[in-house]
Ligand binder design. Sequence first.
Ligand code: NAP
Length: 489
Amino acid sequence: MVAQVIAVEPFDLVVFGATGDLAIRKLIPALYHRDADGQMPLEASIIGVSRRKLSSEAFRDLARQAIAEHVSAQDQTADAIARFLARLTYQPVDVTGEAGWQDLAASLAASTRILICYLSVGPDLFGPICDRLGACGLAARARVVVEKPIGTSLASARAVNDAIGRHFPESRVYRIDHYLGKETVQNLMALRFANALFEPLWNAAHIDHVQITVAETLGVEGRAGYYDTAGALRDMLQNHILQLLCLVAMEPPTSLAADAVRDEKLKVLQALQPLSHDQVRQSVVRGQYGPGASASGAVRGYLDELGHASGTETFVALRTEIANWRWAGVPFYLRTGKRLPARLSEIVVAFRPIPHSVFDTSAGPIRSNRLVIRLQPDEGVKLFLMIKDPGPGGMRLRRVPLDMSFAETFAVRNPDAYERLLMDVVRGNQTLFMRRDEVEAAWRWVEPILEAWAGADEAPRAYTAGTWGPTASVALIERDKRSWHEEMA
Ligand code: NAP
């Protein structure tokens, strides 16, 4: 199956932090793919910026290497690589100083193309870059793209947003949460709003509870310095998991226009039941991995990897509710962690049990339906239904998934989230980007958890690397007579 590709308008994309990890692993490969698929017009140009003194030729060599390492061999063709590299130039600029900005502005002065400034740098540089883009006149017409984390608290998120907002109106700010660019995440909207089947059941009358899990097998590896200042709650839950929760729980938007969708997501964040410090103790589990095992063998604990004592959590699980008509009383269980037994992101919508059984249940219980949306790996959707076991011998029932694997159903490469998001910036489509009030509402809800932890003199609960977190996480859901979803027929 060949996907239809419509070329975007010509653009100049300035990537600040073009020599960094995100640019090399994600942005350059994503841009290469869009070019190779014919989506970039001939005039599109990409300008790399960072402090390192490189020539444009040396930057192209870096990009060539990035493609060799991060694009599958079958998608690399000499023509496409040559065409892509010809778009690249490089300007060394220390964004905290004055030098280099006028050269950058001069190189873009004659262009009438769409101008995009992608800030692939630490968040402490967002303000200085925006100020200088303002001073050299580029902010007046540019779109700005920023990466998470937007702050580490409500106050710092506001400060970052203020710094950006001094030079860019909200209509030209694109805050990336790359989860929103994942095909399966967008499919959530397709599932909910392009099928008549689910929406009538999508409420407290028919849904028993929802689980969202984002599990990683890796430890903190080379990112220990950053991670120790963030932790699982700030790094994953405040942004990715709450965004997924919004898409599951929001009301149908009036259209797919950016603000129509974002208005509905915001209402979900505003309806999340606030957690008092007492409730944090009861409904939030904070964990940190100790030594254990992964698929590759024995692994060290977090503190060993870090090299010093730390109270930073590498795991968080919590139970929350959404206080509105649709969801009143339906628990949402959220969990994320590092050094868990599997790398997986999935949303489980567990329907209520049937009201009465006409079957002889001595052979086993009638298990309630579940819709499982797998975001990674093996993207797909499974609907677990009760089915009769084939053969004579009475009505033996079994829960079996109706299984739609993306890889099997669509014989096309599953594009990386950044491909979609980068082209959406060029199209001027903000639907999949977080608006300022969403980011701040998410921080407002998360902050009491951080405060309760800071005020309590308790270390995170230890868990063995390679297990599903502290036992308190199992107890959290079992207290409600439910259990975390495990794949089963
Ligand atoms: P990184 O590897 O540390 O790269 C930072 C980049 O910024 C480098 O190119 C660096 O190059 C440049 N830089 C630093 N100081 C500069 C200055 N004063 N002037 C100009 N350039 C400067 O960071 P990263 O992992 O790519 O992350 C970039 C952003 O994306 C961060 O906000 C991060 O939180 C976010 N993010 C990253 C990932 C990921 O997977 N890496 C995922 C989600 C979000 P020079 O040292 O040569 O200047």
